[in-house]
Design a protein around this ligand. Sequence first.
Ligand code: SAH
Ligand code: SF4
Length: 348
Amino acid sequence: MINLYALTPSELSSLVVEFGEKPFRARQLWKWMYEKRVDDFAAMSDLPKRFIDKLGQNASLGSLELITRQNSADGTEKRLYQLADGQLIESVLMPYEDQRKTACLSTQAGCAMGCVFCATGQMGFARNMRAEEIFEQAMLFARELASQGERLSNIVLMGMGEPFHNYEATMQAIRQFMDRLGIGARHITVSTVGLAPQIRRFADERLQVNLALSLHKSDDSERSALMPVNRRWPIDELISACRYYTAKTNRRITIEWAAIAGENDSSEEAHKLGRLLAGLLCHVNIIPLNPTDRYSGAPAEQERIDKFRNILKHYGVASTVRLRRGIDIDAGCGQLKTNLIELDQVRG
Ligand code: SAH
Ligand code: SF4
């Protein structure tokens, strides 16, 4: 089976000719795939029946199989998909009051970075996702929203995996979100654990795509204990890569801060972070920790977070607190898969 989402326009043309059809059929097919976004060859009403049959026998529209979905009281929907080789990955759709619909997508099955508080990090690395697999997660949401008269407006690469550890496929998928789904660069965000060379490489792409850096700690030895990759790319190198990014793109970086009680929510920590970030074109996004089974940390208290933010303000560093969404459905990164596997183990 040939996954048509994996093909460029010229590859699709060659395939169409190989199937014995005129090249213009490729344009028709492309329209059905990316403008009308149908999920079935039979719906492609201006294609000849023999071509539809041939497509049905030899080609597919995507390769993801939906295993389960869960809907949260706040409207968040979380999905678990199986890839063709059996790997499981997750996508989340978050509706906001202002009509925005944001998809949170995975870039790898598992993750090699080993952050101790993260459910995906706790399960280890299986493999990189292919560009068409990353893309298809967005397509599936876009298609379903369109059928309800709505539209997928934003994408964040904050699901399972480290996007910059799968750089090429991630960049290819980003270009496809823009070209094939019409989602603007400014509505796409890549989140990284902090791979400094790739931050620079990303800056050199000169795209208007947003960048988020998961910092969580402002002291090297403490950050290394939570996020082992810090030993390779320590904080100074990250901040210098961030400065390179803001200079090249003129875009504000988001600094992600998973607020953990007693770990990174003190006034002292806020002062340290304020000093570190003062003068950088950035914004701090505070997310109270989502507890996971294999990490004992708990979310920071609201009061501590308020104090933390006030201190940052003194350094001219703006911040917001992100709501914990889908908390009742394990919508934290990697948590649905973890819980499903545990369920399977219980069932034997
Ligand atoms: N690998 C990338 C993107 C995926 S993780 C990265 O690390 O940035 C997306 C975000 O979720 C990151 O900011 C990550 O630190 C955060 N995160 C992971 N586990 C979390 C948890 N248990 N609670 C809160 N945030 C978490
Ligand atoms: Fe990987 Fe990001 Fe989880 Fe760290 S937080 S283990 S980089 S997915």
